[in-house]
Design a protein around this ligand. Structure first.
Ligand SMILES: [Zn+2]
Ligand SMILES: [Zn+2]
Length: 351
């Protein structure tokens, strides 16, 4: 259509943004995060500029801030569950109109030509780029996104409620698919934060019996409120053998118990991008009887579209705790403690 950048009038040139200055413990003497002033980013060809309304706080932001994930972009702004309003379009960009509300997710870009991209598995693209890791993300007032990787957000969700759908929801959905739960089967969820509490709703809506395993007493209670059949500690034996299980906690020590709790032929999907070492496994106790162990890497755009459609249809309700924009480090410390009811979300701009 147009070769020119189209921007709303009266956009400021500077914005507030958090950045990871020196990765380290979020609960240490010096926070790795710093609130700074940066130029508002300019959308390049194919990119949309978004004024941010809300941004979810994901466990992966903690991995980026603490240095569990290697630095991909020095002084990166974390955050990849972004809801915002389109305020600009770069050259050759016309998917979204100014004023539209869109979501900016973790998967920022894939190459489109490698063997994975061409076989419907762009989540495995070796050239992929991620929001809030390779490129500045949503702990800021503005962000750019390649237009093909953003999502339209169903109207039923307000911006704070919609934010956790973009990673917690989408990754949970992919993990749920990877876990291969049989119709009417049993599913164990290990760790019960932002992702698990959304996945639980999808599973329970389909008549699957859900069992929650987490150290957090409030999280256990919350699981039962959502309709889980049982809730217990992360290392406890399961009250029934499980057809499938998803591990959301980044704790490799939990894996042997998770495998032991599986029924014959069961599947365990490890949903995190980072996991501490898995202890030695015993073939008879953990793997024999055709048990399957798989990981989950990011998601495809198709997963995202499918999940958002499903979330709208099932009226999935993420539970959120709002934090003011200037309390991002506090929100991350809360996420690290791991006893959250649902997901934390930064409120950044006015709807
Ligand atoms: Zn590719
Ligand atoms: Zn995430």
């Amino acid at each position: 259509m147009t070769e020119q950048t189209v921007m709303m009038a009266h956009l400021p040139s500077q914005m507030k943004a958090w950045q990871v200055t020196t990765p380290g413990p979020i609960d240490g003497p010096q926070s790795p995060l710093e609130l700074v002033t940066k130029p508002v980013p300019q959308p390049g060809p194919g990119e949309t500029l978004v004024r941010i309304l809300a941004c979810g706080v994901c466990h992966t932001d903690l991995h980026v801030s603490e240095g569990d994930l290697p630095v991909h972009h020095a002084h990166v702004t974390p955050g990849h569950e972004i809801i915002g309003e389109v305020v600009g379009n770069g050259p050759q960009t016309n998917r979204f109109k100014l004023g539209e509300r869109i979501g900016v997710p973790w998967l920022r870009w894939t190459c489109g030509v490698c063997r994975y991209c061409r076989s419907g598995r762009e989540n495995l693209c070796p050239h992929s780029k991620y929001t809030g890791w390779d490129h500045d993300g949503g702990y800021a007032q503005y962000v750019t996104v390649p237009e093909g990787f953003a999502y339209r957000i169903p109207e039923r969700f307000d911006s704070v409620t919609a934010a956790p759908l973009l990673c917690a929801g989408i990754i949970g959905y992919r993990a749920f698919e990877r876990a291969n739960v049989p119709a009417g089967g049993t599913l164990g969820l290990y760790g019960f934060g932002g992702s698990a509490h959304i996945t639980a709703q999808i599973a329970i809506d389909q008549g699957i019996q859900v069992h929650v395993f987490t150290r957090g007493k409030d999280a256990q209670k919350f699981g039962l409120q959502l309709g889980a059949a049982s809730a217990q500690g992360a290392y406890d034996p399961s009250p029934v053998k499980l057809d499938s299980a998803i591990m959301f906690a980044p704790v490799g020590d939990m894996v042997p118990n998770e495998l032991a709790n599986l029924a014959k032929g069961g599947t365990l999907a490890l949903a995190g991008i980072h996991l501490s070492d898995i202890p030695v496994l015993n073939y008879q106790d953990h793997i024999f009887h055709e048990k399957n162990l798989t990981s989950v890497e990011s998601n495809t755009r198709r997963d995202g579209e499918e999940f958002l459609t499903l979330a709208d249809r099932l009226n999935i309700q993420p539970a959120t705790t709002s934090y003011a924009f200037d309390k991002a480090d506090e929100a991350l410390r809360f996420v690290k403690q791991g006893d959250i009811k649902g997901a934390c979300v930064l409120k950044i701009g006015e709807d």
